[in-house]
Design a protein around this ligand. Structure first.
Ligand SMILES: C[S@@+](CC[C@H](N)C(=O)[O-])C[C@H]1O[C@@H](n2cnc3c(N)ncnc32)[C@H](O)[C@@H]1O
Length: 332
């Protein structure tokens, strides 16, 4: 089990209008999950596959003076800002643009050997949401974009204006947990016949009118989450990241995953459950760790965070067992 480590978080990077650009969620729990009992002795590389503003990365580097960190993000601006924040750690830090889906190839290319830890803090950062021009916000108007990597071809506007009504309804239902997804999809298809959607405010307004106000969250929250997940192919990306961690982590290496979406957390749970059954992982979190009351009060984003941590077991046996199963298949 993971115990919380009493470590203070450094000041958050200032964002727009004095808001912090991003406050890392579950900081002490992530730290304890990744570094374990003996932070001063831990050596080698840790991979932060979703570097963001480098908040967790900075904590890890401060706490473990012998560790080095490969920080990866698909967002160029995140890499620039994190680079400034992590400059004090000099050549202990290497930052690269990349995706979780391509992490395995990146680790091979960087020749860092087998990392002793990996962290995936999924989803968007406050920095991305707080910049209306990125198109993630339903509170402030911006282009209907939502790409974390702006070189991706498909934007949220492409999906909203081009997908069939039934595909939109499925997307909102499965990727956003929006139970009134058919109503929203029908309203979008009706409205886009007149004018295609180009701006976040127009879409948020239509969803609010269709579903009505009421409830604790903005009516467009779930559909916006679903669109963001589709634009950034978050489901496929997660699977790629998990496979890369399993392939590369050293024996005893730890993988910590924070998810903010029920389907995503189910995926992580299933991955670790299968791995425990096959002897590839030992689970440190029997149940996912969530934020304390005080963290929830201070950081809204932490409210839906779920952290799961597991330790890689005997990776050298994988090759032998996969050779064995290939051999068995061959003989059939
Ligand atoms: C929640 S933030 C991470 C915050 C970070 N842990 C911190 O403390 O500052 C998620 C970051 O991961 C990036 N990201 C999300 N999915 C990704 C993926 N599949 N591949 C690479 N980066 C990704 C986003 O661009 C964003 O910067």
């Amino acid at each position: 089990m993971i115990e919380a480590m009493a470590k203070q978080e450094g000041p958050a990077e200032p964002g727009r209008e004095g808001r912090p650009a991003h406050t890392p969620v579950l900081p002490t729990e992530v730290l304890a999950g990744i570094v374990g009992q003996d932070p001063a002795m831990l050596e080698g590389w840790v991979v932060d596959g979703t570097l963001g503003m480098g908040g967790h990365a900075s904590l890890i580097l401060q706490t473990c003076p012998k560790l080095r960190l490969l920080g990866v993000d698909q967002d160029d601006l995140a890499l620039t800002l994190a680079g400034e924040r992590l400059a004090e750690f000099g050549d202990r830090v290497r930052l690269r643009k990349g995706h979780l889906a391509g992490l395995s190839r990146l680790i091979r290319k960087e020749r860092i050997g087998r990392p002793v830890g990996a962290l995936f803090d999924l989803g968007v950062s406050s920095m991305q949401i707080d910049r209306p021009e990125r198109g993630f916000s339903f509170l402030e108007d911006g282009p209907l974009d939502m790409r974390m990597d702006v070189t991706r071809e498909r934007t949220a506007a492409d999906i909203v204006n081009e997908w069939d009504e039934s595909d939109l309804a499925d997307l909102f239902f499965y990727e956003g947990d929006e139970t009134r997804s058919r109503k929203v999809a029908a309203a979008i298809v009706e409205a886009r016949r007149r004018v295609p959607f180009q701006r976040t405010a127009a879409l948020a307004q239509l969803i609010a009118t269709t579903l009505g106000q009421g409830g604790k969250i903005h009516p467009a929250t779930k559909c916006f989450q679903a669109l963001r997940r589709a634009v950034n192919e978050e489901g496929e990306e997660l699977l790629g990241g998990l496979a890369a961690a399993e392939h590369w982590l050293a024996e005893g290496g730890r993988l910590a995953v924070i998810s903010f979406h029920s389907g995503e957390d189910r995926e992580v749970k299933r991955f670790f459950k299968d791995g425990v059954r096959d002897g590839r992982w030992e689970l440190l979190t029997k149940k996912p760790i969530s934020a304390s009351e005080s963290e929830r009060r201070m950081n809204r984003r932490s409210r839906s965070a779920r952290l799961r941590v597991a330790v890689r077991q005997r990776p050298e046996l994988d090759t032998a067992s996969s050779k064995l199963s290939r051999g068995t298949r061959g003989r059939r």
